[in-house]
Write a protein that binds this ligand. Structure first.
Ligand code: ADP
Length: 259
């Protein structure tokens, strides 16, 4: 059976295609404003990488904030359920997931079957999300994919006192005007985002022995992973491509869908 999962995130749309539950191919693209057409394009690309056509998947599960706008989906499932299931597939012993995406961050406690026990979400404010890093990177004039490495070169971290993204941007501009170097500003920004995420993690009172997995585009930032590991005092597991785990969970759950 060929199944597909499409995760329409606030920033990036991802598609994963599975043949009989494994050998997966995937594709991703910025979400933009035309959710229907970007989803179709991303699924077509993922199918082509697997030597398939857009029409070939037997079942398609759509997830993410834009999931209701996908006319070709067999069904929709929430991103919390799909993310938990995708993580469980990759890390069967994981019991705590931290997902930092473009416009929200989530903490999910999962059971030994990958089912959601409890979750907490920050989606009211960009602080503690990828958007915060995107705005900061743009203000510093560096690509978001490099801001983590830049922060790790800091010798004298500058604390960022504003938690609000808009005020933090103003703070960055005034630090630049005072000739503070970008490495030190970036280090302060990373500290700020990780403190927010740590607060979210603490709110679910996690088991101190829980195996923790970090997903979402921000998990590609090694400085975030390292800081969070230091704050939590334990190892954090990161999938090979942490951004597509929710789409993978959707493609896996599509196999279980009863027609
Ligand atoms: P969503 O599901 O909400 O669309 P994603 O999980 O796709 O969000 O994450 C998007 C965020 O990931 C971006 O805002 C950006 O901060 C971060 N990101 C994406 N690619 C990279 C990269 N190569 N290096 C560091 N951060 C990245």
């Amino acid at each position: 059976m060929i199944t597909a999962g499409i995760d329409i995130g606030s920033t990036t749309t991802k598609a994963v295609v599975l043949k009989d539950g494994d050998s997966f191919s995937y594709a991703l693209q910025p979400t933009g404003i035309d959710i229907g057409s970007v989803s179709r394009q991303v699924l077509t690309q993922a199918c082509e990488k697997a030597g398939l056509k857009f029409e070939d998947p037997d079942r398609i599960v759509a997830t993410g904030y834009g999931r209701i706008s996908i006319p070709f989906a067999t069904t929709t499932i929430t991103e919390i359920t799909c993310n938990a299931y995708g993580v469980h597939h990759l890390f069967p012993n994981a019991s705590l997931v931290v997902d930092i995406g473009g416009q929200d961050s989530k903490v999910i406690k999962i059971d030994k079957n990958g089912r959601v026990i409890q979750f907490a979400m920050n989606d009211k404010c960009a602080a503690g999300t990828g958007k915060f890093l995107e705005v900061a990177a743009q203000t510093l004039g560096v690509p978001v994919s490099e801001i983590g490495d830049i922060s790790q070169q800091s010798k004298n971290k500058v604390p960022i006192s504003s938690t609000c993204t808009v005020f933090a941007q103003t703070e960055i501009v005034s630090l630049i005007a005072r000739q503070t170097n970008k490495e030190d500003i970036a280090a302060g920004l990373h500290e700020s985002i990780v403190s927010r995420v740590f607060g979210l993690i603490s709110s679910v009172n996690p088991d101190p022995k829980a195996e923790v997995v970090l997903t979402g585009g921000v998990a590609k930032n090694a400085a975030i992973v390292q800081l969070l590991e230091r704050m939590l005092g334990r190892k954090i597991y990161v999938p090979e491509d942490p951004q597509i785990v929710t789409a993978l969970g959707a493609a896996l759950l599509a196999r279980q869908w009863e027609d």
